[in-house]
Design a binder for this molecule. Structure first.
Ligand SMILES: C[S@@+](CC[C@H](N)C(=O)[O-])C[C@H]1O[C@@H](n2cnc3c(N)ncnc32)[C@H](O)[C@@H]1O
Length: 303
């Protein structure tokens, strides 16, 4: 069923936008055009809009009409619209051009160069939300824009959130998104290193969408990801699991007895990821969603 995100009945740049709605889309390749997935009905299509659609389509945007509508909605002036269309045609991810991404029903603010949250990561949010008790102490490692933490805050269970990212631009975004979702601490730094040591042995849930693309596969990613998302957000080392192993090695020290770690992986990495969880003293479980094209490895610290 379509989910209506917004209904616009306003005149922008000389024409009427009538319905703007988001619909579930099949999961596109990471970084592919059209991740936001909007459908727009334009009451009367002026030549300018048709021109934008044609330029976007010629640049390879699969959902050119939808994107044109989103760009028109986001731009404050015709000059701004022209600049945004140019950036999009030059290959910048739509979400970075708009300055936001839709994730788990939230509008997540994004700066250029910050990893665009993927819809498949909503599986990780669902899995974590299912086990987090009310008032849970949650740590989001490799938080990027803060999308996962913000989505967990939005569940309304008054979680206490501590988030970490090594990239200053990501930390800036996460601070804004997490503040808007209810608040939490966001630290710059390497994995667990900046967390207060008082959290050791206390954490109910650690979520970590670490970089997990094998170094050799980076060149095969769509240009939007390869050229406009930082390598640090994508590159997981020779087998893609280097950061994951660093997370699992230290997880039991931070988790409370019975606490959980959740990490997203590719389907081909599950066996090695499960081994890493076991070596870290966690009892592993694998969750998959065919709809989202997502795999999450979960691990519980024994009581
Ligand atoms: C795949 S992105 C995920 C971002 C966010 N969690 C999401 O799902 O949208 C990985 C993030 O990990 C961060 N990162 C990479 N290595 C890190 C490290 N050693 N410590 C903390 N953050 C790291 C990157 O800056 C990037 O923001």
């Amino acid at each position: 069923m379509p989910r209506f995100a917004e209904e616009l009945r306003q005149r922008r740049h000389g024409y009427w936008l009538v319905h703007l709605r988001t619909v579930p889309r099949p999961a596109p390749a990471p970084g592919a055009c059209g991740k936001i997935g909007a459908v727009m009905t334009v009451a009367s299509q002026p030549p300018e809009l048709a021109g934008i659609v044609a330029r976007l389509r010629a640049a390879g945007c699969v959902f050119a009409e939808d994107e044109a509508g989103l760009l028109v909605e986001a731009a404050g002036t015709p000059a701004e619209l022209a600049a945004m269309v140019d950036r999009r045609i030059a290959g910048h991810p739509l979400e970075q051009v708009l300055g936001w991404a839709e994730f788990a029903g939230l509008r997540i603010l994004l700066e250029p160069g910050v990893f665009v949250p993927r819809r498949r990561t909503e599986l990780l949010v669902r899995e974590a939300a299912a086990v987090a008790p009310p008032g849970a102490l949650v740590v989001d490692l490799c938080c990027g824009s803060g999308a996962i933490g913000a989505a967990l805050l939005a569940t309304g269970d008054r979680i206490e959130l501590h988030a970490v990212d090594i990239d200053p631009a990501a930390v800036r975004c996460a601070r804004r998104n997490i503040a808007a979702a209810g608040g939490g601490q966001v630290y710059p730094g390497d994995l667990y290193a900046p967390l207060p040591t008082t959290l050791q042995g206390q954490v109910d849930v650690v979520v970590a969408n670490v970089p997990y693309v094998p170094t050799e596969a980076i060149d095969t990613l769509p240009p939007e990801a390869r050229e406009h998302e930082p390598p640090l957000a994508l590159d997981g080392g020779p087998d893609g699991l280097e950061v994951l192993r660093r997370v699992t090695t230290q997880a039991a020290r931070w988790l409370a007895p019975g606490g959980h770690l959740f990490v997203e992986t590719s389907s081909g990495q599950v066996g090695q990821a499960v081994d890493a969880f076991e070596r870290g003293g966690l009892v592993p479980r694998v969750a998959r969603s065919a709809e989202l094209g997502a795999t999450v490895v979960a691990g519980r610290r024994p009581v």
